[in-house]
Design a protein around this ligand. Structure first.
Ligand SMILES: [Zn+2]
Length: 222
């Protein structure tokens, strides 16, 4: 299965809104059916086959029964997760920030894939804010139900990609089926946008799975 965590040159200068990214990807990947989401930090999962081409549903995960479709999520520190089942010809893209993770969106998406016949599911966790740069308050820690890490000076840190990985495992994926890119979006400023680093003017990193033959700069998956 083909996927990519694009580096920032792909979306440089684009405002990062779903319709802007959708039209850019439609030009870059002509001939593919591309789907983007109106991401709202929810646990709502949609199926591409329930949508019309060009729809931008309010949701934070999307699954397709057609690996020729391209499923996209936009992030700027939140965790992008791409998942697939070669055997069942299923693909999925997930946008998981702390709110989505608190609602178990990663685990729920994998369980939805399994309910659709997904077997031998693999997943890749893309560049996201690292524990190094993700200082939080107790609201985030309480919502996620995780043990925070401390710097010895009273600051609290959470490792969101690790929380995403633990939800993949909870849904039944074995560690060997989980690929973790482990790149911090805030530290790697030449390669990724970061909300923590850039604030409101941050662009959006694009993660996509599916399609036939296309190439964009970034970290290849699968
Ligand atoms: Zn960092």
């Amino acid at each position: 299965m083909k996927g990519i965590f694009c580096t920032r040159e792909v979306s440089e200068g684009i405002d990062g809104k779903a319709h802007s990214v959708l039209s850019m990807l439609n030009s870059a990947l002509s001939g593919c059916s591309v789907y983007c989401l109106d991401q709202v930090h929810s646990d709502r999962i949609v199926l591409a086959q329930d949508l019309s081409l060009g729809d931008i549903p309010e949701a934070d995960a999307i699954i397709s029964r057609n690996p020729d479709d391209v499923l996209c999520v936009r992030t700027a520190d939140c965790v992008p997760v791409l998942a697939w089942s070669e055997e069942a010809r299923l693909i999925a893209a997930i946008h998981a920030g702390w709110r989505g993770l608190a609602l178990q969106i990663v685990e729920k998406t994998i369980r939805a894939m399994k309910a659709m016949g997904g077997r031998d599911i693999h997943a890749s966790i893309g560049p996201a804010i690292g524990r190094c740069c993700y200082e939080v308050k107790t609201d985030v820690i309480d919502a996620l139900g995780v043990e925070p890490e401390t710097d010895g000076e009273g600051s609290l840190f959470v490792d969101l990609p690790k929380v995403a990985a633990s939800q993949l495992e909870k849904a039944g994926l074995k560690p060997h089926a989980i690929d973790m890119k482990a790149l911090c979006t805030s530290c790697n400023k030449d390669r990724f946008f970061s909300f923590r680093r850039q604030g409101d003017k941050a662009g959006r990193n694009i993660s996509a799975i599916g399609g036939k033959s296309w190439s964009l700069p970034g970290l290849q998956v699968g």
